[in-house]
Design a protein around this ligand. Sequence first.
Ligand SMILES: *[C@@H]1O[C@H](CO)[C@@H](O)[C@H](O)[C@H]1NC(C)=O
Ligand SMILES: *[C@@H]1O[C@H](CO)[C@@H](O)[C@H](O)[C@H]1NC(C)=O
Ligand SMILES: *[C@@H]1O[C@H](CO)[C@@H](O)[C@H](O)[C@H]1NC(C)=O
Ligand SMILES: *[C@@H]1O[C@H](CO)[C@@H](O)[C@H](O)[C@H]1NC(C)=O
Ligand SMILES: *[C@@H]1O[C@H](CO)[C@@H](O)[C@H](O)[C@H]1NC(C)=O
Length: 318
Amino acid sequence: MKQFSFQISQRACNRNMRCLCFLLFFTFSSNVWCYEDVSITNYIKTHNGYLFLRNLMTQTLVNETLNQGGPFTLFAPSDGAFFSFGQDKLNALSVGQLKRILEYHVVNGFILTSSETKDKNLTTLLGASILISPHGGHLDINDNNTHVGPTSDIIVQNGVIQPINHVLVPPEKYLPDETIIQVFLLDNIKFKDIYFALLFGNMVNHLENGTYTVFAPTDEAFAKHANRLLDPSQPNANRIYQVIMQYHVIPGEIRSSSLKNGPIFSEVGQAINITLGNGVILNNYARVVEADIYAVNGIIHAIDDVLVPPNIQELIMG
Ligand SMILES: *[C@@H]1O[C@H](CO)[C@@H](O)[C@H](O)[C@H]1NC(C)=O
Ligand SMILES: *[C@@H]1O[C@H](CO)[C@@H](O)[C@H](O)[C@H]1NC(C)=O
Ligand SMILES: *[C@@H]1O[C@H](CO)[C@@H](O)[C@H](O)[C@H]1NC(C)=O
Ligand SMILES: *[C@@H]1O[C@H](CO)[C@@H](O)[C@H](O)[C@H]1NC(C)=O
Ligand SMILES: *[C@@H]1O[C@H](CO)[C@@H](O)[C@H](O)[C@H]1NC(C)=O
């Protein structure tokens, strides 16, 4: 007969919470876990000690992500953690950067301090990984100054909350200083032509305002079209460049990990067909050669061909 060990979560439900309990069956025993029947977002919203986190989640709309789906594990910096991070430092960050920092605190699945036994790298929603190391009942995150506690394993409807004493800061690559345009401008290896194409198409100011994903043809990609479609000396060259470059710009930040098979729409509404498999292919001819180049205001995926809108003639006549 199975041995039943009724292990009530330390976050034992008190009278004010709406709780549900469920059985976790293992081979030799089954544990009863009780959890608070709210989303991660609502837990953070309604409990003391998470004022900073609550505001940042709302500001970056990470509150929406953590309100449904899952399960997720949120490593939740306390108010003390944000206080020691520094208000000035927080104020200096853009909403996009704050969003990336928050996404660095979320992983898919349940990470319970009580069931981790060895060091593990976990991929966060940002894409960067964090290292968890169990140590005598503690769970350290990335370094031995940052740990879960004093409370832990707060189980809710769509995951688990692990309070932590420091804000986790992702590696530099994920919080660059350059905007999309600056990335192009400062690159001497593969993005010289795109900068001029954007300039020529009158898109530079536009890309400095807002958050975008740019499928960026490399210089080699532009070279394939030189003196034909992309000839700056033809009569309506500025309009041609604009129509073509607009087709490479998608509103919002879409990392390669969230690209799906099917159409994605440029900011002017034209579809680009994505095919995943052996890499990422656009419209059956352009391949992503370098994914996820982070900028302050979005993300760049370098591609090896220029995307030409199917209805380009119509667009040029506009
Ligand atoms: C998330 O925050 C926004 C405000 O930025 C608010 O409109 C929205 O209702 C919040 N969503 C949830 C699920 O709390
Ligand atoms: C975690 O990742 C780092 C950096 O890639 C690596 O050095 C380390 O060995 C990994 N640790 C584990 C436990 O996988
Ligand atoms: C914490 O980490 C630092 C640097 O990695 C190391 O020098 C130190 O010995 C560690 N402290 C403990 C208590 O493990
Ligand atoms: C930036 O974009 C917003 C929204 O699209 C627009 O209202 C605003 O005028 C733009 N600002 C500049 C300087 O172009
Ligand atoms: C995208 O795929 C659809 C359906 O297969 C097709 O009709 C359309 O022409 C494709 N568009 C481009 C730009 O390749």
